[in-house]
Design a protein. Sequence first.
Length: 212
Amino acid sequence: MKRNAYSESGGDITVVILAAGRASRMGREKLLLMLAEKPVIWHVVQSVCGAGLSDIVVVANPRNEDSIRQVLDDLNVRIVCNPSYEQGLASSIAMGVAAIGSNAIALLLVQGDQPLVNAEMLRFLVTDWRRSKADFVAASYDDVTTTPVLFSSALFTEMAALQGDVGARSVLRNHKGRVIPFPAWRGTDLDTEDDYRKVQQLWQKHHECSLS
């Protein structure tokens, strides 16, 4: 396995990308929707790679696993399938925790439906955690704390025991961490067709600005 770019301090940071959701509100596989000629999940993984993070686990479900494997064939990731995905988000988080190696010193949790989260944001979270050694470092958008979140290895056992469809919010409530604000549009996720149109517009607007 390729070593993590941040492993010089004695351990790896494993990235767990959650891609096993039911997409019930969208009504179709949202992570395979096209964005600038590539599927949404490809852009998410590419941002992680661009941040210099190389131990990447993608948690898929039985319905989308084969398609995601094909889409990510050119990227260096490990894909695990969560057969219990219908039990909620916590089951995918627990599976991601189970997939990390013994050398991991932290876990960066990333949602597969937030393609506007870029490599710079991820590097910022990692750098802040390296400096602060906080229990966690989370992103926030308009004062809402959410993903991506970097968790110290001290929280792995608690994360592995999560249940239901509430994600890791209980872990955040139980520990002291740091919250880093980012522009609200960066946190836009894909739950509905309206969200998809909004993400397409934001992508075009900000990508064109970056090229000008």
